[in-house]
Every structure is written in structure tokens, then in C-alpha cells.
Design a protein. Sequence first.
Length: 340
Amino acid sequence: MKQRIEELKKSFGEALALSTDSASLENLRVEYLGKKGHVASLMQGLRDVSDKREAGQLINAFKNEVEGKISEASEALQAAIIAAKVRSARKYNPTLKPERELGSYHPITLATREVEEVFVSMGFAIENYDEIVDDYKCFEALNIPKHHPARDMQDTYYLDNGQLLKTHTSAAQNYIMKKYGAPLRAIFPGRCFRNESTDACHENTFFQMEGMMIDEDISISNLIYFMKTMLSEVFHRDVKVRLRPGFFPFVEPGFELDINCEICGGAGCPSCKNSGWLELCPCGMIHPNVLKEGGIDTEKYSGFAFGLGLTRLAMMKYGVKDIRDFNSGSLKALSQFKSI
Ligand code: FA5
């Protein structure tokens, strides 16, 4: 028995030295300590031994030695694995450059800035205005009394407190007339909200840019001049537009300024609802009632106003087929505007 144990100790020592991963250590454990392992067969061999006490002690000592060495080896192996992981982990280095991609401006921001630049160069001030307004600002001050059918054209989100999300940037006209008086030249971009069913050219949340010019002797020719200048400066190319009569209670006369669809070239596509044209910038001469409501002397002054659809302008300028891409939050779509 003694000799057999000595032989097993030797072969265990050799096998242990070769067991450098957890799988081979486990195999070794099964080979020596498993149900059918060497230790078990030594125990069976006890039957044929005369001094069972001494042999039993020897087997137990061998078993403890094998257990201890396997567990030592397995702890050492785990420690080596952790140490290797720590070594291979990236070290903190305060001098490394941040791995960040440059962000990009939203195309609406880019388009807004471009239009702003054009109007600022023509002496217009830029104004900002609330997104939550009251009925007076959004409708009544604009010659749209309660129950006027024109209200149906703008499906409005009303708040519980009676205020509403502004449906158009015209809602700031009254405030700006009162703030500056006449003469005045101002543009005021802003986000508008309408409870619309959306499609390739309609969103429920979109941007407009309102503009107003009030002075002595302002006429439709001034209006047309400013619209033409703005379009040619923003598109940097000739774009086909058409002016047709349009009805808005706050202008008289009123016009619809449509742009030939830049996506299909006028042939008709979903972006222009197959008409070849897109309503872009309604405009007109400010109605005397609106001027009066804003405290402007209508004997002396007249003016024009326009409501440019900024989101649609960005669609046409950058060739974006579906207006919903702008609010999608998709970086894949929006990060393409980095270098524009
Ligand atoms: C108005 O909002 C008027 N306040 C514009 C105006 C101002 C007229 C000053 C006269 C004088 P309209 O509802 O048509 O008008 O909207 C103006 C422009 O905003 C449209 O031509 C279009 O370009 C854009 N627009 C309107 N509704 C949406 C929508 N749901 N999604 C995207 N753009 C829209």
C-alpha cells in the first residue's frame, strides 16, 4: 500500500505540473478524488491489508495532500487570470485625446441661421417668442375672432388653463408691434404645433419664421423684393416659385408663395403630395385691424408680413424627402449635415 501511494504521489506531482488551466485541473481532481478515482480504489484495497489503521491514515494523508494541492493550484490559476485581465485592461491616461466625434447642427438650425443672416443684412431684428400663448395673441389680435372659420385651418392644442401651443409664428405679431412701434423690421423664428395627421410634408411640430416690415409707403413690391432676395440668397440658385392669392384674415391682400418641388423637379412625388408644388411662405399686406390692435397708426404706416415654413424650406434646400426625418432623432440621418 505504502509503495502504491508513493507511486501515485509521484504521478500526481507530474500531472499537476502540467495542469495549467481549470479544465485540466478538474480532470485531475476527478482522476484522483472522483468516485472511481485513485483514492477510491486505494480505499477498496484496504480490505486486503492487514494493518488497516496505518494504511487508512496513509490514504487520508494522501487524499488531503491531493485536495490541498489541487485547490492551491486552482486559486493560483484564478489569481493569474484576474492579473492578466487587469494587465490587459486599458489604463487611465489623462493625456489621451477624448474619443469623441464632433457633433453636428440640426438642419433646421442651419437653415434658420442662413435665413436670419439674410434678413439681418437687410436691417431686420431677430426676435424670440413663447411657445405657449393665449387665444388673444394667436387669433384675436390677428383679426380671427372666436368662432371664425379660419381657426379650423389650424387644429390647435389647447391646455387645461385655456392657453395653447402656438399654431403659427404670427402669434408674436401683436407683441412685437407693441414692443417696437413703427417703423419696424423684425423676423421671429419659432416652433409651431398643430394636431395634424403627419405625412411626408406635414408634421405636428414644425418651424416657421415670421417676418414683418412696417414703415411709410410699404407696398406689395417691397414684399416681393424681400421674398425674392431671401429665396435666392438661401438656395444660392434660381428656384421656381409661384405667387397666388391666399386668404388669411390678418393680411389684405394675402398670397400663397409656393416653391416648385426640389425633390421631383415638379413632376409630382409624395414630398409635394403629387402636386409638383409646396406651400412655402404665405404672405401679404398686414390688415389695418391688426396694425391698429398693435398700436400702429394706420394713417401713416402700412406693412407686410410673411410666415415662412422653415422646416419645409430645409426639406427643399437639403433634398430631404420626408419632413418626419427632422424630428426623428436619427443620428444616421441628421449627422449628415455636419459639413453643410
Ligand atoms: C400660417 O401659419 C400663417 N400664419 C402664415 C402667414 C404669416 C400668412 C403672415 C400671411 C402673413 P400656414 O398655415 O399656411 O399659414 O403655414 C405657413 C407655412 O408653414 C406653410 O406654407 C408651410 O410651409 C408651413 N406649414 C404649415 N403647416 C405645416 C405642417 N403641418 N408641417 C410643416 N410645415 C407646415
